[in-house]
Design a protein around this ligand. Structure first.
Ligand SMILES: [Zn+2]
Length: 274
């Protein structure tokens, strides 16, 4: 009985969500917009994206990057999961965000570390100053779709192409000629079309190999422990500087950087991938 009631409530909730005006009709992006900026299905109050029947599993099925079911290599469609060198690459997704991106940039500066920022188009449009700061400080960029559309890979090639181009245009409105040679699919929900279109547009699909699920807010201690335990040469570490409350990630980064820089050479993913 409890399950039935939960399912009914879930359906009613999904229906209600579908009536929210700024939702894309018939398609879940996993994103909502709160008073303090966009949330990308990472917050407990963010709710389950509409159209997802498995409400009982929570956002883990469809939510943030680290939640993707595609954690094995079978579903990556050739997306890179390592740096391709002995160096370790830190990646920061979903920004830029005026609350957290400057804190991340300051910590990276303090440890003389360069990283890669997988930015969301609408956030790039809203915060061009932060895109400029990212580039000016020697970090590299990765396209992370316009609106963090976890379902983008299921859309038509034309729709995917338009989304990726719109995102690149927003980035280049802030930094003309900015190299954007990486694409990371939200939720890691890779499909053959999204990989193909990204490649056609000159971007290499980028996954990850170390995922502390920081968007689930496990606390700085757990984020730190996961990264330091799993890091190895060539790791691509998935972190988030936006999409919700990221103070835990910032606090973890403060603990992670002294250790990682002692053990590894860190790099921003190159803008000339081979
Ligand atoms: Zn993301």
């Amino acid at each position: 009985m409890t399950v039935v009631v939960a399912a009914l409530l879930g359906s009613a909730y999904a229906l209600g969500r579908s009536l929210v005006p700024d939702q894309v009709p018939g398609l879940s992006t996993g994103a909502t917009t709160g008073a303090d900026g966009p949330h990308y299905a990472d917050q407990p109050s963010g709710g389950e994206p509409s159209g997802t029947p498995s409400a009982s599993t929570g956002p883990a099925e469809t939510g943030q990057d680290g939640s993707a079911p595609n954690t094995g290599t079978d579903n990556l469609f050739g997306a890179h999961a390592t740096s391709g060198s002995p160096r370790l690459a830190l990646t920061f997704d979903d920004g830029p965000d005026p609350r957290y991106t400057p804190q991340v940039l300051a910590l990276l500066r303090e440890y003389d570390v360069h990283a890669t920022f997988c930015v969301v188009g609408e956030n790039a449009q809203n915060h061009p100053d932060l895109i400029q700061a990212i580039v000016n400080e020697g970090h590299t960029l990765c396209n992370h779709s316009w609106h963090h559309d976890v379902g983008l890979g299921a859309r038509s090639a034309d729709a995917i192409r338009a989304d990726l181009l719109r995102t690149n245009a927003a980035i280049r409105a802030a930094v003309p000629n900015a190299p954007i040679v990486w694409y990371r699919q939200p939720g890691g929900a890779w499909t053959y079309p999204v990989v193909s279109v990204a490649r056609q547009l000159g971007m290499t699909p980028l996954h990850w190999s170390v995922d502390p699920s920081d968007w689930e807010l496990p606390g700085a201690g757990k984020i730190t422990a996961t990264v330091l335990t799993q890091a190895e040469p060539g790791s691509v570490v998935l972190l988030h500087d936006a999409g919700g409350n990221r103070q835990g990630t910032v606090d973890a980064l403060r603990r992670i950087l002294p250790d990682l820089t002692a053990r590894f050479e860190l790099e921003a993913l190159p803008t000339d991938p081979t």
